[in-house]
Write a protein that binds this ligand. Structure first.
Ligand SMILES: NC(=O)N[C@@H](O)C(=O)O
Ligand code: NI
Length: 161
């Protein structure tokens, strides 16, 4: 039984899979007469291929049974997919280079102030959360042909720290 142990999520370690959406390391701009700040350019949204439009959605997810079994991986060949937590609670990210190669898997422990933007065609596990009614904003490309899944012959298990 192969186990995956999450590592802290950082821009550097996640770079080949996409963007980490966070204010850490960003340069905020003061706006609204000084009553707000904004950080621009935190992710590259790549969803308009083929003339598609950006889709903004809200997810409400629930925890999976423990130990979390990784038995399915998916990717979106036509667009990126961004997940941003809305309740400041930690969550999990599992990605890989090749779902058939167990050595290519990476698990990340995301803080409640970190989102991820999976680049187009990046293999990832569907949303993984720790808490009931976990709310996320999602930016992606809704289209019938934007999903490829692969069920793993040898599931992996996520070791929760
Ligand atoms: N199914 C769906 O819309 N979400 C997945 O693509 C996911 O990555 O959670
Ligand atoms: Ni997805």
């Amino acid at each position: 039984m192969q186990r995956l142990t999450p590592q802290p999520l950082t821009k550097a370690t996640f770079a080949r899979f996409g963007d980490v959406v966070e204010t850490d390391g960003a340069a905020p701009i003061e706006i609204n007469q000084g009553f707000a700040r904004r950080c621009n350019g935190l992710a590259v949204i790549d969803v308009t291929s083929g003339g598609a439009a950006v889709n903004i959605s809200l997810f409400e997810a629930k925890p999976r049974p423990l130990p979390i079994e990784i038995k399915l991986m998916e990717r979106h060949p036509l667009g990126s997919q961004l997940f941003m937590p809305l309740q400041d609670r930690p969550w999990l990210v599992v990605v890989c280079d090749d779902p058939r190669d167990a050595a290519s898997y990476c698990a990340f422990a995301a803080s409640g102030r970190q989102g991820v933007n999976y680049a187009r065609n990046v293999w990832h596990h569907p949303l993984l959360v720790f808490d009931e009614a976990s709310r996320f904003m999602v930016v992606d490309r809704i289209s019938a042909d934007n999903l490829e899944e692969l069920w793993l012959e040898q599931p992996l298990f996520l070791s929760i720290l």
